[in-house]
Design a protein around this ligand. Structure first.
Ligand SMILES: *[C@@H]1O[C@H](CO)[C@@H](O)[C@H](O)[C@H]1NC(C)=O
Ligand SMILES: *[C@@H]1O[C@H](CO)[C@@H](O)[C@H](O)[C@H]1NC(C)=O
Ligand SMILES: *[C@@H]1O[C@H](CO)[C@@H](O)[C@H](O)[C@H]1NC(C)=O
Length: 451
């Protein structure tokens, strides 16, 4: 009886978290109330927890931090801390470029080994740099920067094979993309394994590799700077040769849904998730994350676009989100100076404006339906005409409120994700007001999963 109860409880709790969603291109607020700052990221799984290491662009283009976040569900990410931070001078000093940090674990030395693209502000140095950490998300010891085997290196990736050997994937502008073997401690490049001559369809950068079964899959973007293009992949059963021609995997003409590969997360021997950056080159901190499930069959890879999707079965599968109800800002209850504003791109061409500010404009959405008790992802559709994020204090069912970020968004309403518990019934309440007297975004509507 007891075990049956436990089983039932476990099943219910699984169902109750079944609709946490990944929202490609959304503002992803972390518990510190800021948009997740891990651009050009890589992931590593340790003891059932995922860690994401990426570039903190909150201070602009030049290096300030390599951040590390953790998650057990791939949706809710918590900032653990910076693993490298700007120093007074040197490689990590002011006006430096640090991009695409990636971490792999070395079983022999028991160190986490971090590689990154290291450069001067005009990208003239074209180096890699290496650092090591004793814990995955702790402070790393910076070691050195250099050109691998004496060659230029800009976009880079790392790959740890299932036999424990490590590889650097490096874009050498004088030659092309290369796979270079690493020493046993992963701290130095040793020998060339393969390269693609930089010509025609081989003009690729932003490499990322996985191995499924016996097949290696290499993903990369074409070379169009910060602008998105039709990313490609190639497969082989050997790292040193036999690679197929590069092929697209996203819908033709979509420019990979306006994103660039940064990492491919293997989730089983036959499944993987694409992690891309949607760069905003004039305001890099506002760049968003385009994560989408790959469909892999043999050596064929395709990827469809989704407004949002729900990872399932230990992330090896996915579902479309449950049916949603929408709740219009202009039908919510206003307080303070909050009021209707014209919004030609919003549903009904109206949004709720003047949220926050000196009079603390406030909108209360009542009568929100959920068919389950549990954690779900609400998409707040909004506009923000500023070049900086705006923030709101969002309270759900009378809780203490949380700081939610809203990236710059002109034109069509963007989505900001709110992961919150709803209760079964039709009386859920979401209150959106200013954060510490600041102006909030304009709210078009809430998209709320029914289950
Ligand atoms: C993983 O978990 C085990 C058991 O709890 C612990 O001994 C070990 O230190 C953990 N490893 C890491 C890298 O955190
Ligand atoms: C892909 O799109 C381009 C231009 O948009 C077009 O020329 C080409 O024929 C398309 N390819 C396929 C396979 O549909
Ligand atoms: C956020 O809202 C809650 C609930 O209305 C309130 O208690 C809290 O003081 C607010 N916090 C901030 C920083 O505005």
């Amino acid at each position: 009886m007891r075990s049956l109860t436990l089983l039932l409880a476990a099943t219910l709790s699984h169902l109750a978290t079944a609709s946490l969603q990944i929202v490609p291109g959304g503002t992803w607020t972390t518990p510190d109330g800021e948009h997740l700052q891990a651009h050009g990221a890589g992931l590593i799984q340790v003891n059932g927890t995922y860690y994401m290491v990426g570039e903190d662009k909150s201070g602009g283009h030049s290096f300030s931090n390599v951040n590390c976040y953790s998650s057990t569900d791939l949706v809710q990410w918590t900032l653990v801390g910076a693993i490298l931070s700007r120093q007074g001078s040197g490689d990590l000093g002011p006006n430096r470029v640090v991009e695409r940090p990636k971490v792999i674990y070395n079983d022999r030395t028991k160190k986490y080994v971090l590689w990154m693209h290291m450069d001067s502000s005009n990208y003239g140095e074209a180096r890699v740099a290496v650092a090591t950490g004793d814990s995955v998300c702790g402070r790393y010891q910076y070691i050195r920067s250099f050109q691998p085997l004496g060659r230029e290196s800009r976009d880079m990736g790392l790959f740890k094979d299932d036999d424990g050997k490590g590889y650097l994937l490096t874009e050498d502008r004088k030659h092309g993309l290369r796979i270079v073997a690493l020493s046993d401690d992963y701290l130095s490049p040793t020998t060339d394994v393969f390269s693609w001559r930089l010509e025609g369809g081989n003009r690729v950068e932003a490499p990322a590799m996985i191995k499924l079964g016996r097949t290696y899959f290499m993903f990369a973007s074409m070379m169009t700077g910060w602008d998105a293009n039709e990313n490609q992949y190639t497969t082989s059963t050997s790292l040193s040769g036999g690679w197929s021609g590069w092929k697209k995997f996203a819908d033709n003409g979509s420019k990979t849904y306006n994103s660039q590969t940064t990492y491919i997360l293997k989730t089983s021997e036959s499944s993987a998730i694409y992690l891309g950056d949607r760069w905003l080159k004039d305001n890099l901190m506002a760049s968003t994350y385009v994560w989408l499930p790959l469909s892999i069959s043999g050596t064929s890879v395709t990827m469809k676009n989704f407004v949002s999707w729900v990872p399932t079965a230990n992330f090896a599968s996915w579902q479309n989100p449950p049916a949603e109800n929408s709740y219009e800002g202009e039908r919510a209850t206003y307080e303070g100076k909050a009021r209707n504003i014209d919004c030609s791109t919003c549903s009904n061409k109206v949004a709720a404006g003047y949220i926050g500010g000196p009079d603390n404009g406030k909108v209360t959405f009542s009568g929100i339906r959920s068919d389950i008790d549990g954690l779900t992802t609400i998409r707040i559709k909004f506009l923000n005409g500023d070049s900086k994020p705006r923030y709101a204090n969002v309270s759900v069912n009378g809780d203490a409120g949380r700081k939610v970020a809203f990236l710059p968004a002109k034109g069509d309403p963007a989505s900001s994700t709110l992961h919150a518990r709803l209760r079964r019934g039709t009386d859920n309440v979401v209150v959106i007001e200013g954060w510490n007297g600041g102006w909030g975004p304009d709210i078009d509507r809430l998209m709320v999963p029914v289950q």
